[in-house]
Design a protein around this ligand. Structure first.
Ligand SMILES: Cc1cc2nc3c(=O)[nH]c(=O)nc-3n(C[C@H](O)[C@H](O)[C@H](O)COP(=O)(O)OP(=O)(O)OC[C@H]3O[C@@H](n4cnc5c(N)ncnc54)[C@H](O)[C@@H]3O)c2cc1C
Length: 403
């Protein structure tokens, strides 16, 4: 949070109290969205968000901002479509310009199996309410004249694509600040530079958190810490089915033409879009090896750029300006985990992996409803923690776009 933002966003900082009805660990998009929706939809404001750095310093300020709902199973499509629709009205709701821009997403394929998969995705998505169509190579070239359908002769020509017209981007840090502003305006407390170091347990019930600024009692504790979910769970003796992997992204200098789409390949993972400044923002797969490193690598730049340049040769003329990384909480079925845990009064929202920015409004809305009513809303019931022991996996790795 810099001085520029402080002057423009009304953040009402409050002093800490010893006790809160709800303590949310993690001031990323998810933690703030829960606080925002608790206050705005349910009038619950005795809430503290504890953030060890500054708000948005985790993945919520590091992502490539793609918002889409074109998932591969009905439960996910419905959930992400809700989030996409909430994003469409978030500027109006918060009164903040979030740079939300509808762009459309083109997901290319290069094999017969890929064509079948994306035709199926188009049908399933449309049936579940997330408009998606299949495009032929000629139709892709009409939308994106810069494309080389032969992939530079790499042996993987473009055979088609699914096209999801309502996909969008929004400025990630503005989303974080708008949610923080709304929550704080309504009475919630956000404490930055406050690291949770332990959970206070009374039997199998969580009753508070230990931090480097002292202890806070809590009626409910929510863990919303992105890639650090396993650390917090371990404080309560809980082992989450989450493995943390680094994910990198980078941005080029200004491309003089307008490039209005988000485009990527499902089978040769890379994706890109143009920022409001004209830069091309590029991302790819998460690192195979688990880890917590924010380090970046030349290998990623080289492999991802080779893939992207093959289909969009204009990229070869651009320079890479910045590269960064975040750490992603990946679940075994590549779907999120939201709701109750075996530890009483300890809730989690995790498994957001490489796809959680798009989920911020709906996940916050639904988790807030769960806290307010102590019942799991239907939309997120399929993503409960106990689905793994019930053998009800929500397997959808093929929709991650970064796998
Ligand atoms: C390079 C990259 C590109 C991505 N691109 C996209 C995309 O295009 N679209 C998409 O939908 N998603 C994308 N994602 C994923 C998305 O960014 C995340 O899923 C989402 O931001 C997760 O939000 P969060 O609030 O759960 O976590 P975070 O934003 O990581 O917030 C968690 C917060 O918890 C804090 N914290 C951790 N431990 C503690 C502690 N002990 N005490 C107090 N605070 C603590 C951290 O400091 C952090 O601020 C991308 C991720 C990366 C890294």
């Amino acid at each position: 949070m810099n001085e520029f933002v402080e002057r423009r966003v009304r953040l009402t900082w409050r002093d800490p109290k010893p006790s809160y009805d709800v303590v949310i660990i993690g001031g990323g998009g998810h933690g703030l969205s829960i606080a925002y929706h608790l206050a705005k939809r349910h009038g619950i404001t005795d809430v503290a968000v504890l953030e060890r750095g500054y708000i948005g310093s985790g993945n919520s300020g590091r992502n490539t901002t793609v918002i889409r709902a074109n998932y591969g199973i009905p439960e996910s499509i419905r959930f992400y479509q809700r989030s996409l629709e909430l994003y469409q009205r978030l500027e109006e709701e918060t009164g903040r310009w979030l740079m939300h821009t509808e762009k459309g997403l083109i997901w290319m394929v290069h094999s017969e199996a890929g064509v079948r998969g994306e035709k199926r995705r188009a049908l399933l998505n449309t049936a579940a309410g997330a408009e998606t169509v299949f495009l032929t190579p000629d139709e892709i070239a009409e939308l994106v004249p810069q494309i080389d359908l032969t992939g530079g002769g790499n042996g993987y020509p473009v055979l088609g694509a699914s096209y999801h017209p309502k996909a969008a981007t929004a400025r990630h840090d503005r989303v974080v600040w708008a949610l923080a502003e709304g929550a704080m305006d309504a009475g919630a407390t956000i404490l930055q530079r406050t690291t949770v170091t332990g959970l206070t347990l009374d039997g199998d019930r969580v009753v508070g958190v230990e931090t480097d600024r002292g202890r806070f009692s809590a009626g409910v504790v929510v863990s919303a810490v992105g890639g650090f979910a396993s650390e917090i769970a371990a404080m309560a003796g809980l082992r989450l089915p989450i493995v943390t992997h680094p994910l990198q992204a980078y941005v080029t200098n200004h491309y003089e033409q307008s490039f209005p789409f988000i485009i990527g390949s499902v089978e040769i993972p890379f994706y890109l879009s143009q920022t409001p400044r004209g830069e091309i923002l590029i991302g790819a797969e998460y690192e195979r090896a688990p880890g917590y490193s924010w380090g970046t690598s030349f290998d990623l730049l080289a492999s991802c750029s080779a893939k992207a340049v093959a289909y969009l040769p204009f990229l070869a003329r651009l320079r890479i300006l910045r590269q960064w990384a975040g750490v992603c909480d990946i679940s075994p079925d590549a779907s999120p985990i939201m709701g109750f845990t075996p530890v009483q009064n300890l809730l989690v929202t995790t498994g957001w992996g490489t796809w959680g920015f798009k989920a911020i409004p709906a996940a916050g809305e639904q988790m807030a409803e769960l806290i307010a009513t102590w019942r799991t809303p239907e939309l997120i019931a399929p993503f409960s923690y106990d689905r793994f022991e019930r053998d009800r996996l929500m397997a959808d790795a093929g929709s991650a776009g970064t796998h």
